[in-house]
Write a protein that binds this ligand. Structure first.
Ligand SMILES: Cc1cc2nc3c(=O)[nH]c(=O)nc-3n(C[C@H](O)[C@H](O)[C@H](O)COP(=O)(O)O)c2cc1C
Length: 203
């Protein structure tokens, strides 16, 4: 048995969260964006740039990415709180969250946000099922900085977001986190073997 309480273990694990990123996807003309703090570099080979990110299955973005094999991951500046609230606190299943967010379609046909620190256009190379989420491994096919004034300063970290979000958002943020934890608690032990179709040339 671990010597720490589950909450203490979770607080230690929080040190492993990533910068806060915005992830966009597109399927059949429908564009969407969400927020994640579970993205890391997944290759040390400069000529084979890769990243990975865990996305819960209840998120609309999960289905868009799983079905198209394409996404764009954006590093954000440390003042982009409003964008995080817009994309990360409500689902795009019932609303167009990108309607008022300036963007263009990138080389993969996926939205690239004008205002960000930098963006990575990715094609899914493989996936891993965790029961409650999918870990997507992405080949980075194109990269860009945000508008000139955006690409300076610091990137938004999870700790910076949690410490500095407007106080009126905190109760909602914590309620959404508890709901996601309840969903994950029910499904995390049901790990399925998942073979990514791209590995078998069926894409
Ligand atoms: C700071 C922050 C970090 C988040 N990290 C993740 C994450 O790593 N993975 C995930 O699946 N959802 C994460 N979320 C939750 C999604 O962004 C949220 O459920 C969003 O509404 C999903 O939108 P969609 O249903 O339109 O895809 C995070 C939200 C916030 C605010």
């Amino acid at each position: 048995m671990p010597s720490l309480q589950p909450d203490q273990i979770y607080q230690l694990l929080r040190n492993l969260t990533s910068p806060v990123v915005a992830i966009t996807a597109e399927r059949g003309g429908k564009r969407n964006g969400m927020i994640a703090d579970s993205a890391v570099r997944a290759s040390i080979v400069p000529a084979i740039p890769r990243l990975s990110v865990y996305i819960h299955k209840f998120n609309y973005s999960h289905d868009l990415i799983f079905e198209t094999g394409r996404f764009v991951l954006h590093l954000l500046r440390d003042d982009q709180f409003e964008l995080i609230h817009r994309l990360g606190f409500a689902s795009g299943r019932t609303r167009d969250k990108l309607a008022d967010v300036p963007h263009r379609l990138g080389t993969l046909g996926v939205p690239v946000l004008d205002d960000c620190y930098a963006h990575f256009e990715c094609r899914v190379a493989n996936v891993m099922d965790t029961g409650s989420s999918t870990c997507f491994l992405g080949d980075v096919l194109d990269v860009g900085h945000g508008a000139a004034q955006s690409a300076t300063g610091s990137v938004m970290t999870a700790a910076h977001f949690r410490a500095n979000m407007p106080p009126e958002w905190r109760a909602e943020y914590e309620a959404l986190l508890r709901a996601a934890q309840a969903y994950a608690a029910e499904r995390s032990r049901d790990i399925r073997p998942t073979v990514w179709r791209g590995l078998h040339g069926r894409e």
